[in-house]
Design a protein around this ligand. Structure first.
Ligand code: PGA
Length: 252
């Protein structure tokens, strides 16, 4: 797949409708894979945006007997320098917001390590790519978009062919995280992220964007010539991508 100026298909909907739609798609994938005796491989994000999806999947387990036994997950990214128990680590976010609530086996949940030794980071990233490949690749990637156009922690300047790697966090990303960390000085400067090419390798990609804070970056994502200045523009041209966004984010 080459960089494409194709439009990004858009579904205008409320955050609650988006959560139900994405959860329905994920549930259908899980059930279809189970019927075939296979795992469903999900790529998952953190942040505020996906919380409704996690709540809806928890509800479907409770009310609709949705079974996660054949699910493997790979998270997009993690801050470097944080132990797994740190309140702001994505490992902890995922456990509290989703994994523990549905009883997902820790052996089925992959997240880059935030406390890997510096000398081991490159090997750890290569191993993450290998685990994704060994799982059969990503079936379904759920993404948010940062106000600077990042997907995962693929910050402005990230290449279309980038893979899982260590990155320096952009000032907008760190500023947006500052409140949760109790001050900018506590926000890590570096992270590990799945690459743009890793994400684009997913068979299906769904992007969520809600609220007026995302309006400017969404307009650029939809209209700019695709390139590293807005990594989310690389999503255009994926064979099965859809943006689910509310009116405030779409400026409608
Ligand atoms: P948010 O983050 O869901 O908290 O807005 C999105 C992102 O940075 O990818």
């Amino acid at each position: 797949m080459t960089t494409s100026t194709a439009p990004l298909p858009i579904q205008a909907c409320s955050p609650a409708e988006a959560a139900r739609e994405v959860a329905r798609e994920i549930a259908a994938l899980i059930r279809e894979r189970r019927a075939a005796g296979r795992m469903a491989v999900l790529c998952l994000p953190t942040g505020r945006t996906p919380l409704g999806v996690y709540d809806e999947l928890v509800r479907m387990q409770r009310d609709e007997a949705l079974d996660f036994a054949n699910v493997t997950t790979f998270n997009l990214d993690e801050f470097l320098g944080l132990p797994p128990e740190h309140p702001q680590s994505f490992r902890r976010y995922m456990r509290e917001r989703f994994f523990a609530r549905i009883g997902l086996e820790p052996t089925h949940t992959w997240i880059p390590s935030g406390d890997v030794a510096p000398a081991q980071i490159a090997a750890h990233c290569a191993e993450y790519e290998r685990e994704i490949a060994d799982a059969g690749g990503l079936d379904y990637a759920l993404l948010g978009i940062g106000r600077n156009g990042h997907i995962g922690f693929n910050e402005p300047g990230s290449a279309r062919d980038s893979r899982t790697r260590e990155v320096r966090l952009h000032e907008v990303t760190r500023a947006d995280a500052a409140r949760a960390f109790g001050g900018l000085e506590f926000v890590p400067e570096r992270a590990i992220t799945m690459g743009v090419a890793t994400i684009l390798g997913a068979r299906r990609v769904r992007v969520l964007a809600f609220g007026a804070d995302k309006r400017d970056i969404l307009r650029r994502t939809l209209e700019d010539t695709p390139g590293p200045q807005v990594p989310a523009t690389f999503l255009r041209g994926h064979p099965d991508v859809r943006l689910l966004a509310d009116g405030a984010a779409l400026g409608r």
